[in-house]
Design a binder for this molecule. Structure first.
Ligand SMILES: NC(=O)c1ccc[n+]([C@@H]2O[C@H](COP(=O)([O-])OP(=O)(O)OC[C@H]3O[C@@H](n4cnc5c(N)ncnc54)[C@H](OP(=O)(O)O)[C@@H]3O)[C@@H](O)[C@H]2O)c1
Length: 333
């Protein structure tokens, strides 16, 4: 039986006052269905503190759902065992991972690829799974690429297709670009000038600088420039602008805030969806194989201590983090 301290450090979000605070006196969780893990790092998702109306949080709720850590307790039937270095995304309807000990379902868990640090690992699950599900499941760009049992990449399923990622330099966008490229699509994305070279380094075919031109202007009425899939990781005007770029019978998928159809309705035959990602450890394992081969990279915007939580949340809230903002809680690599 593991030796736990009596209490732990945890970040608390009060759903009545909408305030975050840090306590040293939070309880250690207990569970037989979920593994208890010692948290190494956790990552913030933009807008997550506004999700209270979608989920049934108690007044005092632990935020942040992306986690890397070490398994401490066993769960009957789980393939993970104490000492395993894991990462995953906790369903936001449960308690989060901004604390020293948290819990995770076996179905949400995957082993951390050997070439990934625990800090970097915390930046992956939510973003990579959202991107994967948007591109290959909701957006049906193509069948998904994979690394076979011999370690060979089976890609190019989307050869000849075009994908546009709105918000390509954010946590989700970065993964969408890289995964659609492995599938062989031509991939363009919107970002500001400071991210152009960065995105080219990740293999993007072209960056549309949203601070200089709208997508509608860039398309300029040329049907051949339109896309089989537009994936919006941003909301507002930019999300609406993206509708002008979808081909007839293409797909428009969004995960950003305030998704809606354009005035006058969506283009003919376009399939559209706003969805909430599903946390699947098995899918994270498949994505992890690309990371393990160095073919997919994650990006950490900045790393903060738990005491610096207000600065960390403020950085995410700017909407201009490159990749994810991480809070490092433990030290074990
Ligand atoms: N529904 C779901 O399941 C789900 C899952 C995960 C995330 N989300 C949501 O998806 C959204 C994206 O999350 P995230 O973690 O990728 O991102 P994020 O941290 O909000 O994205 C930051 C990035 O967005 C870029 N950006 C800001 N405004 C832009 C614009 N108008 N056009 C193009 N790029 C712009 C910034 O690049 P520049 O600095 O170059 O401007 C920055 O790199 C969030 O609202 C999040 O809550 C939803």
């Amino acid at each position: 039986m593991a030796n736990f301290p009596q209490t732990q450090k945890a970040l608390i979000f009060n759903t009545k006052t909408n305030a975050l605070s840090l306590t040293n006196a939070a309880p250690i969780p207990s569970s037989t269905e979920e593994h208890i893990i010692k948290v190494h790092s956790t990552a913030i998702t933009n807008g997550e503190l506004t999700w209270a109306s979608f989920v049934n949080w108690p007044t005092e709720h632990v935020p942040t759902y992306d986690v890397s850590g070490t398994i401490v307790t066993e769960v009957t039937g789980s393939k993970f065992k104490p000492g395993d270095k894991i990462y995953g995304r906790i369903d936001a309807a449960r308690e989060g991972t901004a604390r020293q000990y948290a819990t995770i379902l076996p179905s949400e868990t995957a082993l951390v690829p050997k070439n990934l640090s625990m800090t970097d690992a915390a930046s992956v699950p939510m973003s990579a799974l959202t991107a994967w599900q948007a591109v290959f499941e909701q957006g049906e760009l193509s069948a998904s690429p994979y690394v076979d049992e011999a370690g060979e990449v089976v890609g190019n399923q989307a050869k000849g297709k075009r994908a546009l990622i709105l918000g390509a330099a954010g946590g989700v966008g970065l993964f969408a670009v890289q995964l659609a490229k492995i599938a062989g699509a031509t991939v363009l994305g919107t970002a500001s000038s400071r991210n152009e070279e960065f995105l080219k380094g990740l293999g993007i075919d072209e960056v549309i600088n949203y601070t200089k031109t709208s997508v509608e202007e860039w398309i300029g009425g040329d049907e051949s420039k339109k896309f089989d899939l537009v994936f919006a990781c941003v909301g507002g005007k930019s999300m609406l602008d993206g509708w002008s770029a979808v081909k007839e019978n293409g797909a428009y998928v969004s995960v950003g805030p305030g998704f809606k159809e354009p005035e006058g309705g969506k283009p003919k035959g376009v399939k559209s969806a706003w969805f909430v990602m599903d946390s699947r450890g098995s899918e994270l394992e498949l994505i992890g194989r690309f990371i393990g081969k160095g073919l997919v990279k994650t990006w950490v915007d900045s790393v903060w201590t738990i005491e610096e939580y207000d600065k960390a949340f403020a950085k995410t809230a700017t909407g201009h983090a490159r990749g994810k903002v991480v809070i490092k809680i433990g030290d074990e690599e």
